[in-house]
Design a protein around this ligand. Structure first.
Ligand code: ADP
Length: 403
């Protein structure tokens, strides 16, 4: 039995899951949030199962001054509510790290040098890497005797060819400032591409797939033979598909126009494109469920928002089909991809001539697990594959420490 604690740390919160990797079982999960605020909050959930007996959920509200205190609160929650960390002792802690740059192309055991490198890559991910590093250091204090492994969001995309990751700008300037496409959501794209192959009963090495990760953030990935060859997010997670609050692709000159003509500063444009655009900017709602409800009530802005969202996905599917030369399957995943039959049907509307044929009854059916939503005759299989980034981090962590 290999038990791994998976940690996803933000600047004022972290999420965790204790996972038994061999059986793909979550033994406990939780969230510690509002770290540094007057009142912090910690939620600890234990699913029903042999680790504990019945399912339980506990919540505490208390001041949590920093991440180190947060991990103590987490340890207290395990002690009070189970499962026992003596019985289910983690063999390692796996950490999600957002930006691994061109340096990290696989999960890596955390050493002092690795921490220096993660810190140094903060220049490319100023909101994420420092927070990820804070979580690593606090977790190392809480679990000093086991290896800690960094699993990078960018690593899966390090197999992209230069033609896919190079921006057509001045080479020297780009190299000096490490301006290139890195891609994100790699852990999810890797997990889903393998789960799709498993569902189809074929080796991933034989398959050409398009994975559509549609959550609050959204990205598409072309996967050939199990390797990422192209993805829609770029140097940052802003590029590509329309997202909950991010614009995705815009003409870069729009930024200059807004700075010169609308008096916006660079920070204003950053805030606009990352936090006030996308589905939210177009419809006034950040959650896609609310946009669908507004559309059902006849709201035209909501309808247009969904049309723009689906149109962009379809454009990427076409582009990636051309890059791959053949598409064996398209897999939808994450909150929107797993749940919105409307987005799935709009995104793939009119592609019958390319061998993509949805089955409306399957698409709208109530099933939740991995499933096929295309007709049996569809040349390209269309699948819904629930993602599980924590399980993927746990698996990769075990693979690294056993290597
Ligand atoms: P994150 O990217 O934060 O991990 P998720 O993958 O959980 O997010 O996706 C969250 C989004 O999924 C929500 O903003 C919501 O718009 C969307 N979503 C969840 N359930 C549904 C549903 N039943 N129908 C449409 N959209 C949904």
């Amino acid at each position: 039995m290999s038990v791994v604690l998976v940690v996803n740390s933000g600047s004022s919160s972290f999420k965790y899951q204790l996972i038994e990797v061999t059986g793909s079982r979550t033994l406990a999960s939780g969230l510690v949030e509002r770290i540094g605020a007057a009142e912090g909050r910690a939620v600890h959930k234990v699913p029903a199962g042999d680790a504990s007996g019945g399912a339980s959920e506990s919540e505490r509200v208390l001041p949590i001054p920093d991440h180190t205190a947060g991990f103590q609160v987490m340890l207290d929650a395990f002690a009070a509510n189970g499962p026992s960390l003596e019985e289910f002792a983690p063999v390692a802690v796996g950490h999600r790290v957002v930006q691994g740059g061109a340096r990290f192309f696989e999960p890596t055991v955390v050493t002092d040098l690795v921490k220096i490198n993660i810190d140094e890559l903060s220049a490319l991910a100023p909101l994420h890497n420092p927070a990820n590093l804070q979580g690593i250091e606090a977790a190392q204090r809480a679990f000093p005797d086991v290896p800690h492994v960094a699993v990078f969001d960018t690593a899966f995309h390090q197999t992209m060819p230069p033609a896919a990751y190079t921006y057509a700008i001045d080479r020297e300037l780009a190299a000096k400032h490490r301006v290139r496409r890195y891609g994100f959501h790699g852990t999810s794209h890797r997990f889903v591409s393998r789960a799709a192959a498993e569902f189809l009963g074929r080796p991933v090495e034989e398959l050409r797939l398009i994975v559509l990760h549609l959550g609050n953030g959204a990205s598409a990935c072309a996967v050939s033979g199990g390797r990422s060859v192209e993805t829609s997010m770029g140097m940052t997670p802003l590029e590509g598909l329309v997202m909950g609050t991010r614009s995705g692709d815009v003409d870069p000159a729009v930024l200059l126009h807004l700075q010169r003509r609308a008096g916006l500063t660079a920070d204003d444009v950053d805030d606009l494109l990352n936090k006030r655009s996308g589905i939210l900017g177009l419809s006034g709602h950040g959650d896609l469920r609310d946009v669908e409800a507004a559309m059902a009530d006849g709201d035209e802005a909501a309808t247009l928002a969904l049309e723009v969202y689906a149109h962009r996905i379809r454009s990427y599917v076409g582009a990636y089909a051309a890059q791959l030369g053949r598409v064996d399957a398209i897999a939808f995943t994450a909150g929107v991809g797993e749940n919105s039959a409307l987005v799935r049907s709009w995104a793939l509307a009119g592609l019958e001539g390319f061998g993509v044929e949805l089955d409306p009854a399957r698409n709208e059916g109530p099933e939740r697990g991995p499933r096929r939503i295309s007709t049996d005759a569809s040349r390209t299989a269309v699948l819904v594959i629930p993602t599980n980034e924590e399980l993927e981090i746990a698996r990769q962590t075990v693979a690294v420490i056993e290597a």
